[in-house]
Design a protein around this ligand. Structure first.
Ligand code: AHR
Length: 345
């Protein structure tokens, strides 16, 4: 049944292994080693590739997936790079391990998106002592010595939070509700992360200007849909008078919208609850277009190219800035139609 006809060993070899065996023979025949020579393993150094170790937070959100893709599409062999990529699965200890492994492998550059701001001094000092430049992507680190990193490429999260507050003030004015009491709940991102801190502080700075804005609760939902659902469900059981939900990313918004629907309520332009979201991934922009999310403050995940520009500049001995801000927009039903088709993530 389907075996090679013949004698001995061949009798036991299935027909479908033949092409593999032929291929192995051909590869073997093509290589010749002189006396005393051994087979060389090609390393990134032999190929003159720049070795970049990237430590990613995790894959908690659509934004994060887009950010990972942007990095992976830039640091390719064709572009002259050898990428070592590590997904820390939302744990700081995993990120610290990944950074130490990059240091021991003597990578040329470390790029990382820190899950939270604190706790990086020691490992970044180790990178500095090993002479490995560190580029911070997306969230920021809070370190005593800012020479521990070269630059940071990422959003201005405080500005994003302010944008959300300013949009709400304008919207309430247009709706002639500017003088009425407004009850607000905030679904916050991962505790201690720059995006959560910045968006919270930025929004609160605007909220403080309005005595009638009442922030009922600010609760962490860790930037995930599951948590967004769970937290929103709890808030709806606790309060029956929520006017506004500020959800610090789209994934939590998707979960919150499920909980709102399950509670028999609606959101958006015609709805019971004003919904403010952050990130502006395509799935959320569709909900803006449908009038279910009122406003989505963009957070741009396509950071790979900017990070690569920094590395190129460093390779050419050029000076780089300490921070590279990213351009971002605010999407509402009025303008979303112009942008939605071009959104790739
Ligand atoms: O730090 C950026 C935030 O992290 C994005 O808003 C969120 O979706 C992600 O997980």
């Amino acid at each position: 049944m389907g075996r090679v006809k013949g004698h001995g060993l061949w009798k036991t070899v299935p027909v479908y292994f033949l092409p593999v065996i032929i291929l192995i023979c051909l590869i073997g025949c093509g290589k010749e080693f002189g006396p005393g020579e051994t087979e060389q393993v090609l390393t990134p150094k032999d190929e003159n590739l720049i070795v970049v170790g990237v430590s990613q937070v995790g894959s908690e959100s659509m934004w994060r997936t887009a950010n990972t893709e942007s990095v992976q599409s830039v640091f390719t062999k064709e572009n002259g790079y050898f990428l070592l990529f590590d997904n820390a699965r939302q744990k700081q200890e995993n990120q610290i391990k990944a950074l130490r492994s990059f240091i021991s492998q003597k990578v040329d550059y470390i790029v990382f998106s820190p899950i939270m701001e604190n706790g990086w001094d020691t490992v970044l000092q180790e990178a500095k002592e090993a002479d490995i430049p560190v580029i911070i992507m997306d969230r920021m680190v809070n370190v005593k010595d800012d020479s521990l990193y070269i630059t940071r490429v990422g959003s201005d999260f405080d500005a994003e939070g302010r944008c959300a507050g300013e949009w709400l003030a304008e919207y309430l004015k247009k709706q002639e509700r500017a003088e009425e009491p407004v009850n607000i709940v905030v679904l916050q991102g991962t505790e201690g992360s720059t995006s959560m801190i910045g968006r919270t502080e930025g929004f609160n700075a605007i909220a403080e200007q309005y005595e009638n804005w009442n922030i009922l609760e600010q609760v962490s939902a860790d930037y995930t849909t599951a948590k967004g659902h769970e937290v929103m469900e709890g808030l709806l059981m606790q309060y029956d008078d929520i006017d506004v939900v500020v959800s610090q990313n789209d994934d939590m918004t998707f979960g919150a919208l499920e909980a709102i629907e399950e509670a028999g309520l609606t959101s958006g332009i015609e709805g019971d609850i004003i919904m403010i979201s952050f990130d502006a991934v395509k799935a959320a922009l569709k909900l803006v277009q449908d009038g279910i999310i009122n406003v989505d403050i963009e957070c741009n995940p396509v950071l790979g190219e900017e990070v690569e520009k920094v590395i190129s500049a460093l390779e050419n001995g050029e000076a780089v800035d300490k921070t590279y801000p990213i351009e971002e927009k605010v999407f509402t039903i009025e303008n979303v139609g112009e942008f939605i088709d071009d959104r790739t993530y």
